[in-house]
Ligand binder design. Structure first.
Ligand code: HEC
Ligand code: HEC
Length: 251
């Protein structure tokens, strides 16, 4: 009799155990499908995009993550001065309107431009790499794809006459050297202090500059140096940086 009770009891225990774990299985499968439904990007592609985002160019030593934030590298203050890449593939236009509509996805939100201009990866970006960047940018977004509007004279064609006006205007401004020091350290110093980035002259040691050359480089960029739109560095801030850079040299 006792034995029978034990048998029944253990059968009940086993059955409830089984149904519990079965329920668990059911909810887990449901979760999986929910996730799949929300994820419109390919996770393998996105993982590859992330890897590329953190791969340094052999030629310049620069990687995408040195200039752009993906939301996790904000302690690198250089990224404050460039667009973030969160949901960039879904923006209506990128690069101050240079790429619009379908061009946004076909260039990886303009990643192709940076790949060739700043990284000099040594080979053109491939279709698979563009896809990988698009998937990575999408994986970072929560449906937000705000188009960034900024103004630059560097692209699509360098505007030399506007640059001349800027140089004259900036030369006439009253600079704030402390603010210049802050911005220099946050962004310029990333490349111009300590030979971390190949091909970037170390300031002030290797620099023989003047106001015109500094303003030129800020607005137009150069070989491996990025240009800065007015929204990222204003004319006043350009005057501040110039003052800091030139005063530093004279010491
Ligand atoms: C040396 C700095 C630098 C590096 C390195 C760099 N970029 Fe850029 N990137 C820029 C500049 C400058 C712009 C145009 C101004 C801006 O958006 O801040 C830009 C613009 C972009 C934009 C368009 C943003 C928009 O909405 O207009 C995307 C996307 C982008 N870069 C992705 C990348 C990717 C991916 C890489 C690596 C392959 C990369 N960048 C490497 C400087 C850089
Ligand atoms: C991503 C790296 C990077 C950043 C950030 C950067 N530069 Fe440069 N810069 C370079 C490189 C590389 C060169 C050399 C370009 C060439 O060979 O044409 C250069 C050249 C220059 C030159 C010419 C140097 C000379 O001796 O003639 C000036 C001036 C300059 N940068 C100013 C600045 C200022 C000001 C900032 C910040 C607002 C800045 N740079 C931010 C990479 C950078």
């Amino acid at each position: 009799m006792k034995k029978q009770i034990y048998l029944v009891l253990s059968a009940v225990v086993l059955m409830s155990f089984y149904s519990c774990s079965k329920n668990k299985d059911v909810t887990e499968t449901k979760k999986d499908t929910e996730i799949k439904k929300e994820t419109s990007f390919n996770t393998d592609e996105s993982a590859k995009g992330k890897e590329l985002f953190y791969t340094a160019s052999n030629l310049t030593g620069l990687k995408c993550a040195d200039c752009h934030s993906d939301g996790t590298n904000k302690d690198n203050t250089n990224t404050k001065y460039f667009a973030d890449v969160i949901g960039a593939n879904k923006r209506q236009s990128v690069f101050a309107g240079m790429y619009k509509g379908d061009e946004v996805t076909s260039t990886g939100a303009g990643a192709s431009f940076c790949w060739e201009t700043f990284l000099k990866m040594g080979k053109p970006i491939s279709g698979d790499e563009v896809k990988a960047f698009n998937a990575y940018f999408e994986s970072l977004s929560k449906g937000d794809a705000k188009t960034l509007n900024y103004t630059t004279i560097a692209i699509p064609k360098p505007d030399k006459s506007k640059l001349k006006d800027d140089q004259t205007k900036i030369a006439g401004m009253t600079p704030d050297i402390k603010n210049g020091e802050r911005i220099f350290k946050e962004t310029c110093g990333f490349c111009h202090q300590g030979n971390k980035i190949k091909h970037a002259p170390s300031f002030p040691d290797d620099f023989e500059g003047n106001l015109k050359s500094i303003v030129y480089h800020i607005r137009m960029g150069s070989k491996f140096m990025p240009f800065y739109p007015y929204e990222m560095i204003s004319d006043q801030e350009a005057a501040d940086i110039t003052e800091y850079t030139l005063k530093n040299l004279k010491k």
